[in-house]
Structures are given as C-alpha cells and as structure tokens.
Write a protein that binds this ligand. Structure first.
Ligand SMILES: NC(=O)c1ccc[n+]([C@@H]2O[C@H](COP(=O)([O-])OP(=O)(O)OC[C@H]3O[C@@H](n4cnc5c(N)ncnc54)[C@H](O)[C@@H]3O)[C@@H](O)[C@H]2O)c1
Ligand SMILES: [Zn+2]
Ligand SMILES: [Zn+2]
Length: 345
C-alpha cells in the first residue's frame, strides 16, 4: 500500500509500505476512506516530537471501512464504517477506568506517533472496540473526520479545562482548526465575548463568521493592549492557547484577569517563561491536557443533530495520493486560505 512516511525533521515521502495485518486479537485493520492533516503533524515535521522516528507513517485522524477484525473484537465487523479516534484506549486499565484515555497504559496517543498512523491506504487500530466509533448509514462522513481529534481537543483541552461559563469573556489564541473547534464548542456555554487572536487575517475573518465577537491580528496590533481595552483593563476569564509556541502561551499569561483559567492546548517543543512574579497572587489556574476523546459520543450527537457543523472547517479537498501537495497547502495556510484539508482514498 501507499503511505506518507516521516524521515526526520523536514523530510517526508509518499511511498510503498507493507499493508498492516492483525497482530493482536483486539486489533482491526481499517481501509482509510478520508483522512486529514493536523497542526501536530506540522510539529512532527518541525522535529518537535522526537519520539516520532524515521520510517513512521504519520496521521491520527480519519474515517474508514473495517477490512478485518481480530478474534476478540465484538463491536465491529468487516464492512462497518467507523470514525478512528486519535487516542487508542484499552478501556480496562486504571487510566481508562478514570476516563483518561490519553494515558491508557496500552494506548494513548500512539497513532501516527509510536505506531503507524492514518495517512495511508490502510491502518491497524489496536483495541478496536474502544478506539473506533460506528458511523450510521447516511451520515456525512467528511464532517465526522473532525471528531477524530479537533472537536474533542478544542472542547476538552480548551473549553472544559478552561471552565467557560455563560457571560464569560474568553480569548482563544490560535485560529487554526483546533482554535476554531474551541470557538465552536465554547458556544455551548454562551460566553458573552469571544476574542480570537491570530496572525492570519483570513482565519480571523472566518472566525467572525463562526461566532467570534472580536478578532485581533497580533502580527499587526498590540494584542495585550487590545484585550485590556476590550475588557476594561480586567483581562479575560479564560485564555485558550491553541498554537504551541512560547510567544502565544506568554500572551495568555498577560491577558488573563483575576480568577482566570489558562487552558493550554498547543503541543510545545520548547520551554516557556512562567511569569509567577505577576501571576502568583491572581488566583490563576493553568491546565494542560492531551485530549482524552471521552466527549466524542456527545460531540457526535451534536453533529448528527445539526447543532454543530464541523464541515465548515473544511476548505480544501485532495486525493490521498496528492498528500504532499495537501501538506504544502496546510503549511502555507494564510496564503492558501486553508483550514482543514481533506484527503480521500
Ligand atoms: N493537546 C492536544 O491533545 C492536542 C491535540 C491536537 C492538536 N494539538 C495542538 O494544537 C495546536 C493547534 O493545532 P492546529 O491544527 O489548529 O494548528 P495550525 O498550525 O493549523 O494552527 C495554528 C495557528 O496559530 C497561528 N499562529 C502561529 N504563531 C502565532 C503567533 N505567534 N501568534 C498568534 N498566532 C499564531 C497560525 O497562524 C495558525 O492559524 C498545535 O500545537 C497542535 O499540535 C494539541
Ligand atoms: Zn491532531
Ligand atoms: Zn487503557
């Protein structure tokens, strides 16, 4: 089969790899129908995630059709359409029992990281019963790709950890797909003001149509001064970091008010400066989280009912064998006016 293979920082190729096979009775092999590229894949390509080694097939999002299941898989059979969760979970270990699937002793975020991932014609999914979700007939499968990672990530790591409440003023730093997923799902809780901060005018304009009440281009204006003027010098109740660089985490530290939450989502490859000299007295909570995907079934219902429309995050469509071009588009998102790119096998 063909797959997108990582060969060290900055190096990737679309090449021939062996088709995956069932290795454990709890495995399924899934034929990829649609997949996508995540900001995390760009971090991998930058070399921010050294656990990803030369030869790895990357990608951790997608929908597909079950090709084969191991003997002990009972929820799925050949031919079933499924959402692949970016998090693999056994459902039985101490962490799974606490609904912290991200730290499953046998899984967690392994797909496209420690084991081969979804940017391929086929993928092996360990613990298939707990790591795949069924797609009912007639569902919009393209929209459901957003349930693999970005919707649960924006919601769990950003909105839930950030304790967004009715009437709050929140800021989301980063208007990529993850920041946009936080923007869409924050509105379950009707915050009064949502300030979106990025350096990409196109993404900021899209954010306005998705419900942002204010947008700030931090490359062109002083984001701290603007947030302070919008909040009558009080700062925001929640700052969600959805980029993964020091500058944006440090921006969150500067725009939070007393009692606020800083909810980090970004994958960080470098250290950041923690300004405890200004924050120690401000009753601030800082949270970090690897997405658990425990809210996937709930989010699935909001998508199916039309309350949430993640399809509007998709801006570009490619064939799977055009994936190098798709990376180029996603890497140059501002120029290409790109959000989520969809690859169809
Ligand atoms: N915690 C988790 O479980 C988890 C899961 C998935 C993704 N992530 C991370 O979430 C982050 C966002 O992912 P994405 O897919 O939206 O990525 P993306 O690269 O598409 O978006 C990042 C956005 O940040 C903006 N940006 C970059 N530098 C900036 C700066 N200095 N100031 C303001 N804006 C800036 C870019 O213009 C872009 O719009 C990444 O770090 C990704 O690795 C975390
Ligand atoms: Zn991801
Ligand atoms: Zn487990």
């Amino acid at each position: 089969m063909k797959a997108l293979v990582y060969h060290g920082p900055g190096k990737k190729s679309w090449e021939e790899k062996p088709k995956p096979i069932i290795m454990e009775p709890t495995d399924a092999v899934v034929k990829i129908f649609k997949t996508t590229i995540c900001g995390t894949d760009l971090h991998i390509m930058k070399g921010d995630l050294p656990a990803v080694t030369d030869g790895r097939i990357i990608g951790h999002e997608g929908v597909g059709i079950i090709e084969e299941v191991g003997d002990s898989v009972s929820n799925f059979k050949k031919g079933d359409h499924v959402i692949i969760s970016c998090i693999t979970s056994c459902g039985k270990c101490e962490y799974c029992k606490k609904a912290m699937y991200s730290h499953c002793e046998k899984g967690g975020w392994i797909l496209g990281n420690l084991i081969d991932g979804t940017q391929a014609e086929y993928v092996r999914i360990p613990y298939a019963d707990n790591s795949l979700y069924p797609i009912p007939a007639g569902a919009d499968e393209e929209a459901l790709v957003m349930l693999s990672d970005i919707l649960p990530t924006g919601f769990e790591c950003g909105v839930l950890n950030g304790k967004v409440k009715p009437g709050d003023t929140i800021a989301i730093v980063g208007a990529g797909p993850i920041g946009m997923a936080a923007l869409l799902t924050a509105q379950f809780y009707t915050p009064a003001e949502i300030i979106m901060i990025d350096m990409d005018d196109n993404r900021l304009n899209v954010a306005k149509t998705f419900g942002a009440t204010h947008v700030i281009n931090s490359g062109k204006e002083d984001a701290v001064a603007k947030v302070m003027s919008l909040t009558h010098n009080k700062g925001v109740d929640t700052a969600i970091e959805a980029v993964g660089v020091a500058a944006t985490f440090e921006l969150c530290e500067k725009i939070v008010g007393a009692g606020a939450h800083i909810a980090n989502i970004g994958v960080h490859g470098k250290s950041v400066t923690l300004h405890l000299e200004t924050l120690w007295s401000q009753n601030i909570t800082i949270t970090t989280r690897l997405v658990d995907t425990v809210t996937t079934p709930m989010l699935f219902k909001t998508v199916q009912s039309g309350k949430l429309d993640p399809k509007k995050l998709i801006t570009h469509r490619f064939r799977l064998d055009q994936i190098i071009e798709a990376y180029d588009t996603f890497e140059h998102a501002a120029k290409e006016k790109a959000l989520k790119v969809i690859l169809t096998n």
